[in-house]
Design a protein around this ligand. Structure first.
Ligand code: NAP
Length: 240
């Protein structure tokens, strides 16, 4: 099946973004990744850019929308650094806001004109369960809460033009980013996993599946929503 228009996925070089890219490519999407490094799959068209840099972000987005009719966007690229209230620094705040919030805003701004012209668009922002509060995630959680808020306002502003904007908030998903905060085999990881209601960490493909649903042309009545894909963690902990 061929899908109308192209689909941008930021951070498609590994982890959740790569799983989304593979899932969508298999569904017939023309996938365009943005990251600093190339993905392992040579058939994923990738534009290299540093989304931490606003000028480079603007450059790459202009290049892509100049060449492709982009009707879908997944703002997936994100960075995480642990920071408690007492240890958080202004530099960390700036760094995480840049990639987790400013770049998604720029990407949405870049794709909206073609979506409005088409009277159709699908945007998915990848947030985090940490938006609801998690120790050591002071800044990261705040950027993801802000992204969910930005999703809601964008959804309202774009709804009349057939453009939906939704947020997926993953719980713990087995990627490099997750492993950096929860080293394999560590006591912390064992304790943590025991508390997950479904009894395991999630797989990147499970986020890709949810993302594909929001991107579907048939999902036009779903907008402004945040879906927690978290193994039940946002409901409660597994019984002790
Ligand atoms: P990951 O394995 O660290 O991958 C992050 C992706 O973002 C990579 O493709 C990376 O590409 C790209 N990226 C990071 N900084 C970038 C920059 N400055 N410029 C361009 N690209 C950049 O992370 P992940 O676990 O797949 O996470 C994906 C998203 O899910 C993030 O938004 C994260 O916050 C969210 N999330 C993850 C989890 C989890 O448990 N894994 C839970 C909740 C939310 P390059 O390095 O090649 O540039």
């Amino acid at each position: 099946m061929s899908i109308d228009g192209a689909t941008i996925i930021t951070g498609a070089s590994r982890g959740i973004g790569l799983a989304i890219a593979r899932h969508l490519a298999a569904e017939g999407h023309e996938v365009i990744g943005i990251s600093r490094s190339q993905p392992p799959d040579s058939d994923i068209t990738t534009y290299c850019a540093d989304l931490a840099d606003p000028a480079d972000t603007e450059r790459v987005l202009a290049e892509i929308v100049g060449r492709h009719r982009v009707l879908r966007l997944v703002n997936n690229a994100g960075i995480f650094e642990p920071a408690s209230l007492e240890a958080a620094t202004a530099a960390q705040l700036e760094a995480m806001v840049a990639v987790n919030l400013r770049a998604p805003m720029q990407a949405m701004q870049a794709v909206v004109p073609a979506m409005r012209a088409a009277g159709f668009g699908r945007i998915v922002n990848i947030g985090s369960r940490a938006a609801l509060g998690k120790e050591g995630r002071l800044i990261y959680g705040a950027t993801k809460a802000a992204l969910a808020g930005m999703t809601r306002t964008a959804a309202l502003e774009l709804a009349a033009d057939g453009i939906t904007v939704n947020c997926i908030a993953p719980g713990p998903i087995e990627t490099e980013l997750f492993a950096s905060g929860n080293p394999p085999g560590s006591e912390a990881r064992k304790r943590f996993t025991a508390g997950i209601p479904v009894g395991r960490v999630g797989a990147p493909e499970e986020i890709a599946f949810a993302c594909a649903c929001f991107l579907d042309a048939r999902a036009g009545f779903i907008t402004g929503q945040t879906l927690n894909v978290c193994g039940g963690m946002t409901i409660g902990s597994a019984p002790a």
